[in-house]
Write a protein that binds this ligand. Structure first.
Ligand code: HEM
Ligand SMILES: *[C@@H]1O[C@H](CO)[C@@H](O)[C@H](O)[C@H]1NC(C)=O
Ligand SMILES: *[C@@H]1O[C@H](CO)[C@@H](O)[C@H](O)[C@H]1NC(C)=O
Ligand SMILES: *[C@@H]1O[C@H](CO)[C@@H](O)[C@H](O)[C@H]1NC(C)=O
Ligand SMILES: *[C@@H]1O[C@H](CO)[C@@H](O)[C@H](O)[C@H]1NC(C)=O
Ligand SMILES: *[C@@H]1O[C@H](CO)[C@@H](O)[C@H](O)[C@H]1NC(C)=O
Ligand SMILES: *[C@@H]1O[C@H](CO)[C@@H](O)[C@H](O)[C@H]1NC(C)=O
Ligand SMILES: *[C@@H]1O[C@H](CO)[C@@H](O)[C@H](O)[C@H]1NC(C)=O
Length: 361
């Protein structure tokens, strides 16, 4: 504990030692999205310029094995403090994530858990490099690991916030996942069936043990989408199927396996929706949350269980309304990022959603 505090103070002192940092803070960083990268198909990852280096004690890592792995190889800044452009370029290059989908994920990450004026978000928890907005209008950004807006319940390898460690890899949960590979596949290939059963079991576990279970349509969609990510981003394209050693390399060691080739085609938002449906279909689970009496109440009329309902929950309720109460470059960045999220929902005929959520949560 004392060690952590000492580290934090050392980083604060560092931040103030750099005049460039203060100048950037005074002026902000105008956000513009970088252009799409040309798709170079299935290439060997990492290339020579991106060797694995373990994170140092003050480098931020969090609940996303994809982003953690990218940072451990320098496809994202190794300190884990990233800009929207870092995420957009890194995700396309390392995993062949579709351009507009990368833009939307990066935009939601910044709006929900970053500093939108400075164009920075921590992959893990709080960092002195990502200070609160002027006037502290939304409290401390916290980073992608902060529970409630992006990070949520019913993860595959992290505990629910109310039950344990919601940020770091949990070996016991992963060992349990491996028993599903043994029972529902051949112990080596991680098939769709494995996640169809495991994802449902994770919900049942949270339903039984977590009195604070919160699984609204936004988090519900991400939860199933992330199982789809595992099946569609993690396989070595040279092998086709996802195998246990490859999956372990990403989840447990957060490094690309030796001789790993990324997928050949871009994985689009449509692809994610289909993959999430495949995982949920055998055991459908209603989106919802437990109320103060501990009853699991489906979202029902609050958010319809549709893609546009998911968008309303994420871009509305999970982004603070106070961001609209701003001016100048801060407001310009807010508008750019709102648009960045909308890019993937506009083709699905959803109406533009503005932030409507509470501040400081
Ligand atoms: C591009 C921007 C991305 C952002 C902003 C992002 C962010 C996040 C966050 C905040 C979580 C935690 C959600 C939770 O479980 O509570 C998460 C989970 C996850 N992410 Fe990402 N992610 C991104 C890309 C990727 C990519 C490219 C992959 C795969 C290559 C990936 C794989 C996963 C998986 C498998 C989980 C679930 C972990 C678990 O349930 O234990 N993500 N992501
Ligand atoms: C669980 O919910 C109760 C009631 O809303 C709240 O007082 C408590 O702080 C929550 N606990 C956690 C760990 O979220
Ligand atoms: C897998 O099979 C073993 C042996 O039948 C059983 O003990 C275990 O509970 C099963 N696990 C799952 C996740 O089904
Ligand atoms: C993938 O695994 C399935 C069995 O789960 C098998 O039928 C198929 O041939 C495998 N494909 C490759 C490319 O190994
Ligand atoms: C929780 O939901 C149940 C079922 O709808 C309801 O009977 C109960 O009054 C609710 N509790 C609270 C505190 O809203
Ligand atoms: C926006 O600012 C006005 C004027 O200061 C204030 O009354 C209002 O509550 C603020 N709205 C939000 C969502 O913070
Ligand atoms: C991104 O989305 C926008 C809005 O839906 C669309 O006009 C554009 O063609 C898309 N760009 C790419 C590279 O997919
Ligand atoms: C969106 O609306 C347009 C115009 O009405 C229609 O052609 C298109 O099929 C709709 N797309 C979806 C996904 O519903």
């Amino acid at each position: 504990m004392h060690f952590r505090i000492a580290l934090l103070l050392a980083s604060v002192a560092n931040a103030f030692a750099y005049p460039a940092y203060e100048a950037a803070w005074a002026e902000g960083q105008l956000i513009t999205f970088p252009p799409p990268l040309p798709n170079t198909g299935s290439i060997l990852i990492p290339d020579a310029a991106h060797p694995y280096m373990p994170p140092g004690p003050s480098d931020q890592r969090g609940p996303c094995p994809g982003l953690n792995t990218m940072a451990n190889h320098g496809y994202l800044p190794r300190n884990g403090i990233v800009s929207a452009a870092d995420i957009i370029n890194g995700a396309q290059e390392a995993f062949n994530v579709d351009y507009n989908f990368s833009v939307a994920l990066a935009s939601f990450a910044l709006l929900s858990r970053g500093n939108v004026l400075l164009d920075r978000v921590s992959l893990g928890l709080e960092s002195p490099l990502v200070p609160p907005l002027p006037g502290n209008i939304d409290g401390t950004p916290g980073g992608l690991g902060k529970h409630g807006r992006f990070e949520g319940d019913v993860s595959m390898t992290r505990e629910d916030f109310a039950l344990g460690d919601n940020v770091h890899f949990q070996q016991d949960l992963y060992n349990n996942l491996l028993t599903y590979v043994a029972n529902y596949s051949d112990g080596h290939i991680v098939s769709e069936r494995v996640f169809q059963e495991y994802r449902f079991a994770r919900f049942v576990d949270s339903y039984l043990r977590n009195p604070n279970l919160t699984f609204h349509v936004g988090r519900h969609g991400f939860g199933y989408g992330e199982a789809g990510f595992t099946l569609n981003f993690f396989p070595n394209a040279k092998e086709g199927n996802l195998t246990v050693p490859v999956m372990t390399s990403f989840f447990q060691h957060e490094t690309f396996p030796q001789g790993w080739f990324r997928r050949a085609t871009r994985f689009t938002f449509d692809g994610v929706i289909n993959a999430a449906d495949v995982v949920e279909t055998p055991h459908p689970v209603p989106a919802g949350a437990k109320n103060a009496s501990g009853v699991y109440v489906p979202d029902g009329e609050s958010y319809t269980d549709t893609i546009c309902g998911l968008y309303l929950n994420l871009a509305g309720e999970n982004v603070p309304a106070v961001l609209l109460n701003t001016t100048g470059m801060l407001r310009q960045n807010v508008d750019t990022l709102i648009r960045g999220v909308y890019n993937i929902f506009e083709p699905l005929n959803c109406t533009l959603v503005e932030p409507s959520g509470p501040a400081g949560v």
